[in-house]
Design a protein around this ligand. Structure first.
Ligand code: SF4
Ligand code: SF4
Length: 351
């Protein structure tokens, strides 16, 4: 019989037996130690050992990780959306051996409960076409600096950090506790020859989210209304003649206070608090310091159980700026025409 590609196979067949038996009937979960989750249902408990992974992995590394799952977990593991690996077993006696084996191999155990989970991030300079910065390099520098919070559970609540290297934000930067976003700050430099030869011009005009690109039939090219451009780089994905990278002016912005969870408070978008930091590879010290500072201010001032955004909402954004010492400027005011909730529209904001 011919095989037909109808998408991925049904995930149910790959679930560990304990998950199949407890499916839809889970009762509660606990955090027995950093990096270990215990989910309990009528059929018994499932232990998940979480380790951080580097996101870009060689086949050899993936095979080595699968060997651990074969030895201790009947072959069961999962890769999480925040670049962690979880080894899944119903046998509590396997938990310590899994931890020891992972640590021997250099995979740190942690990221559960009131800790810093691994940073979710995008592609960066090496792998994508519109980045204003690197992603992997910045994430490595930040994670090295904040590593103490990965293997402990001493934060007020969980801490999700995200990194996106352009405004298209294919990472979770719009809804993480702290987000680092690569930003361009100049309009695309146009190479009309490349636009004429290599571009479908109607698609190029249509791709611009602010309608800044206008057809220029006389020159068989386009023009850009500069004051409408928000430097997103979308047009560079449509045409190699719309150069958006700018070594002098590209850099990073920092946003805070987003979350996806509906626990206690509604989900919320992140808001920008630092509009620009320089691209400073290989270790981005200004960005690392800014992120650590925000984390430390939250740790010192939040109540137990408060996510970063929940703490800020309780004390007010103006207090956040004064406590943190981060300067407030007009660059932080979002006047995007479709935006519903901004510093400008918030009645609680009194600057
Ligand atoms: Fe590419 Fe932008 Fe995603 Fe970075 S955030 S990988 S530049 S689309
Ligand atoms: Fe439009 Fe973005 Fe290109 Fe500016 S950078 S012209 S906003 S698509």
């Amino acid at each position: 019989m011919a095989m037909i590609d109808n998408g991925p196979p049904d995930f149910h067949e790959y679930l560990p037996t304990i998950i199949k038996e407890n499916y839809g009937k889970w009762l509660y979960h606990e955090h027995p130690r950093p990096g270990v989750l215990k989910h309990v249902g009528p059929a018994g408990a499932l232990y998940s050992v979480r380790v951080g992974e580097p996101r870009l992995m060689s086949v050899d590394s993936i095979r080595a990780v699968c060997d651990i799952a074969d030895e201790f977990c009947d072959g069961h593991l999962r890769f999480t959306s925040r670049n962690n690996i979880e080894f899944l077993t119903p046998d509590e006696s396997k938990v310590l051996p899994i931890i020891e084996r992972c640590e021997e191999m250099g995979y740190p155990v942690g990221g559960t409960g009131n800790s810093l989970s691994n940073i979710v991030h995008t592609q960066g300079w090496v792998h994508c076409h519109t980045p204003a910065s690197d992603a992997s390099g910045i994430v490595k520098a930040i994670m090295d600096d904040l590593f103490e919070y990965f293997g402990t559970q001493v934060l007020p609540n969980k801490l999700h950090i995200a990194m996106a290297c352009c405004l298209n934000m294919c990472g979770a930067a719009h809804c993480s506790d702290i987000s680092i976003v690569g930003i361009h700050r100049t309009v695309p430099r146009m190479d009309h020859e490349a636009i004429r030869k290599n571009t479908e011009i109607p698609s190029l005009v249509a791709c611009c989210p602010t309608a800044a690109i206008r057809p220029d039939p006389k020159n068989k090219s386009v023009s850009v209304v500069e004051e409408r451009c928000m430097y997103c780089g979308n047009c560079y994905t449509m045409s190699p003649g719309m150069h958006i990278m700018d070594a002098e002016n590209d850099g990073l912005a920092i946003m805070v206070g987003g979350k996806v969870s509906t626990a206690r408070t509604d989900p919320s978008f992140s808001r920008m608090v630092i509009p620009f930091l320089p691209n400073n590879p290989p270790r981005w010290p200004e960005t690392v310091e800014a992120v650590r500072h925000i984390v430390e201010v939250w740790v010192e001032n939040a109540r137990k159980g408060e996510r970063l955004g929940e703490w800020i909402e309780r004390i007010g954004w103006e207090r956040f700026f004064s406590i943190s010492g981060i300067p407030f400027s007009d660059k932080l005011i979002d006047d995007y025409i479709f935006s519903r909730e901004t510093f400008r529209t918030s009645s609680a904001f009194k600057f």
